[in-house]
Design a protein around this ligand. Structure first.
Ligand code: COA
Length: 261
């Protein structure tokens, strides 16, 4: 089955037990709009109820996995121009609550949620030149997706702090060495590598996979932390610091926080 929701820039395919979610907004580096989060959340929620889906793959068209949250959407939220449901919250909850194994194929830029979502994936494959960043502080924001705990737990406080606060990037090889990714593959092999792993998982007993995953994750702690982070993130979005960061990106200039904090 293929359901290409062009307006929402996410392609959804289900084939031989594997749901593939392809980010398809390459002209904007797959920046995630509210509508895209909505499709991702709907798809993950549907996967949980669909016996035809045993594994979910995330991958992306174009030269990047994703440039993270759409900064125009952030700017609209910062000024109060946006008042609808923020589907990102539903997407993050669906990621955290997914019982199906999640596999990611990551190339190019993986900014913000593009990296933090990997902490909820079970198998991650990256290209050697992938560039993973979580520049929340540069945007006057705070970590999300429970990454304030999951990232330091995975790679240690010192490395996580440098990524969050200095915006330091890591490449695919480092992501493998630090335990964020399982392995690296050249771009031409990346999707096949992820698909082969997903096909293997699709043949495993789903009950055992589900219970193993549940045992390996502290779901209550993750949910509580997402709520705490989400409240702080929402507050920070409305600060003068954040407005300056978003304006600077759109005006293609460095931010000047000395004026606002
Ligand atoms: N939101 C909205 N649009 C974005 C975007 C985002 N997060 N990231 C990139 N784009 C857009 C750019 O505005 C540009 O649009 P234009 O061609 O209409 O001007 C297009 O995507 C290409 O981006 P560009 O910056 O020219 O590409 P690059 O290769 O020089 O840099 C990035 C790529 C990802 C390093 C850079 O775009 C970037 O830093 N983006 C912001 C990332 C970010 O802070 N995300 C939020 C994390 S919480």
């Amino acid at each position: 089955m293929t359901d290409a929701r062009q307006g929402d820039w996410v392609k959804v395919e289900i084939d031989a037990g594997v749901m593939t979610l392809t980010l398809a907004r390459p002209e904007k580096k797959n920046a995630l709009s509210n509508a895209m989060y909505g499709v991702l959340a709907d798809s993950l929620e549907a996967a949980e109820k669909d016996p035809a889906v045993r594994v979910v793959i995330f991958q992306a068209d174009g030269d990047s996995f994703t440039a993270g949250n759409d900064l125009q959407d952030f700017a609209a939220q910062a000024t109060g121009a946006f008042t609808g449901e923020r589907h990102v919250i539903r997407f993050l909850k669906a990621l955290a609550n997914a019982t199906r194994p999640l596999v990611a194929a990551v190339h190019g830029q993986a900014v913000g949620v593009g990296t933090t979502m990997l902490l909820h994936c079970d198998l991650v494959y990256v290209t050697p030149d992938a560039r993973l960043t979580v520049p929340f502080v540069n945007l006057a924001l705070v970590p999300e997706a429970a990454s304030s705990w999951l990232l330091p737990a995975r790679i240690g406080h010192a490395r996580a702090y440098a990524m969050f606060a200095l915006g330091e990037a890591i490449d695919g090889g480092t992501a493998v060495a630090w335990g964020i990714a399982n392995g690296s593959a050249e771009l031409s092999d990346l999707r096949a590598r992820a698909r082969a792993a997903a096909d293997q998982l699709a043949k495993k007993p789903l009950g055992a996979l589900t219970t193993t995953k549940r045992l390996m994750r502290d779901a209550e702690k993750i949910a509580a932390l997402m709520d705490t982070e989400g409240a702080l993130f929402g507050e920070r979005l409305k600060t003068a610091e954040a407005r300056e960061a978003f304006m600077a990106f759109m005006e293609r200039r460095p931010p000047d926080f000395s004026k606002v904090s």
